[in-house]
Design a binder for this molecule. Structure first.
Ligand SMILES: Cc1cc2nc3c(=O)[nH]c(=O)nc-3n(C[C@H](O)[C@H](O)[C@H](O)COP(=O)(O)O)c2cc1C
Length: 159
């Protein structure tokens, strides 16, 4: 059973690069991780994971339609994902273009599923955001997101 499922949509590769760095962060904490494009993700994958991290480009200030459609279909498991750890990240075209609202829109859906979301007092507060091709700093933040999710899962497991 994978501890963490990373589900993402990416048309031109930026969000995919972020997803790979998030995956690296999870792995560095010693947890199993599966990274899947949203169109290859089955809803059952959500049930199997202890943590779900969503990634999408910012499209008109929110997530791509593919990710929204996936979340809408996830109503099938409404109530069954409670207590899992959730997080989100987004790639946008420019500052002020809605990267944070995109992350928050994904986080809202995860909260509605009853998931536990950890904020970040440093860096991207709601989930990692990046503009264009992720630079070294953005990659580092993505990795940190993966690490934080993995650490939270470990803490919840022992309590
Ligand atoms: C249909 C469409 C809508 C977009 N809308 C926004 C937007 O509202 N704000 C923004 O900052 N960037 C916007 N962008 C730019 C993408 O978010 C940006 O290029 C992102 O890095 C693409 O990620 P990807 O390489 O993973 O596909 C839009 C791009 C497309 C194709």
């Amino acid at each position: 059973m994978p501890a963490v499922l990373i589900v993402y949509y990416s048309k031109t590769g930026h969000t995919e690069e972020m997803a790979k760095a998030v995956e690296e962060g999870v792995k560095s904490e010693g947890l199993d991780v599966v990274r899947k494009k949203v169109n290859r993700t089955s809803l059952k994958d959500l049930l199997k994971a202890d943590g779900v991290i969503l990634g999408s480009p910012t499209y008109y200030g929110t997530m791509a339609a593919e990710m929204k459609a996936f979340l809408d279909r996830s109503v099938q498991y409404h109530g069954k994902l409670e207590g899992k750890v959730g997080a989100a990240f987004s790639s946008g075209g420019g500052l002020g273009g809605g990267v944070e609202t995109t992350v928050l829109d994904m986080v809202k859906a995860l909260l509605i599923h009853g998931m536990v979301i950890q904020g970040d007092p440093r860096g991207s507060h709601y989930g990692t955001v990046s503009i264009g091709k992720p630079n070294a700093a953005a990659q580092k933040e993505c990795k940190r997101l993966g690490e934080k999710v993995a650490r939270l899962i470990k803490r919840l497991r022992v309590s």
